[in-house]
Design a protein around this ligand. Structure first.
Ligand code: SF4
Ligand code: ZN
Length: 262
């Protein structure tokens, strides 16, 4: 996933996963003098929640000697997640928040001249997303995800997920053993209802049939390889509004911004 001279933009939220990832990458980076790390933190504008996480991220960066960049939805999109939640748009605030976060991280990474973006998705997140995509009737999304995503034409920065094979429980253990100070309160807007149900289902399955999460992850990898080889993948073009890569005329974030301002 990494080259010896990478400048990695690490998405740091202040939660256990991203602080674990930052810790591990700092250790690795120390062995490669030409590499560099920058923590990218996103302020989604969630009262009583994000401020604490940003402060924990700031403290971790200063302890580890990592440069930190903070970008906010207010400054980038003119709207916060709290405001989106108040608009009752029909979709959950998470649907908007997730798309905007991806865009915010892309923008920040491009601005600082990063060569890769690292996110802290763990095994549980990954298999939940596989099932979510199936239940949303969009299996092709599985092709556009995965632990190492790069565009052969170089139109967007490669994204890596170094923790995608690590179960959430092991990350919690790492965070406690290394005495990482992380945010443990939940976002007030909650996660998507369907993801919550899938999480509960997968945990039950794992308890009864240990190894199920790994098996699903491997199945998704095989599906991804087969679909990539056999299916005509839609060419990415540039969003007519913001220039970001998208298979459509407008990228998801621009479509969402239009709904919000309509
Ligand atoms: Fe955003 Fe939803 Fe995560 Fe809250 S739970 S930070 S609204 S994606
Ligand atoms: Zn766009």
């Amino acid at each position: 996933m990494l080259d010896y001279d990478d400048h990695v933009a690490v998405a740091v939220s202040g939660g256990k996963d991203s602080l674990t990832l930052l810790n591990v990458l700092v250790r690795l980076e120390g062995r490669f003098p030409k590499s560099r790390l920058t923590a990218v933190c996103v302020d989604e504008g969630i009262d009583g929640y994000r401020d604490e996480a940003l402060e924990l991220a700031r403290r971790a960066c200063s302890r580890l000697g990592v440069e930190q960049v903070v970008v906010s939805y207010r400054e980038l999109f003119g709207v916060t997640t709290d405001e989106i939640a108040g608009l009752k748009l029909g979709q959950t605030p998470c649907a908007y928040c997730g798309v905007f976060r991806r865009k915010a991280i892309n923008k920040a990474a491009a601005k600082i001249g990063a060569t890769k973006i690292a996110t802290a998705h763990n095994l549980d997140d990954e298999v939940q997303t596989v099932l979510l995509n199936m239940l949303h009737g969009d299996p092709m999304r599985i092709v556009r995800s995965g632990p190492f995503l790069k565009d052969s034409r170089g139109k967007f920065l490669p994204r890596i997920k170094p923790l995608s094979d690590i179960p959430e429980k092991e990350i919690v253990l790492y965070a406690y053993l290394n005495r990482l100070e992380f945010q443990s309160i939940e976002c007030p807007h909650g996660h998507e209802a369907l993801r919550n149900d899938i999480r509960a289902f997968l945990n039950q399955l794992e308890q009864k049939h240990p190894g199920s999460k790994f098996t699903l992850q491997r199945a998704a990898e095989r599906l991804r390889d087969t679909l990539t080889e056999t299916t005509q993948i839609t060419e990415l073009r540039q969003c007519e509004k913001c220039g970001d890569p998208t298979p459509h005329q407008l990228c998801e974030a621009c479509v969402m911004l239009e709904t919000i301002t309509a």
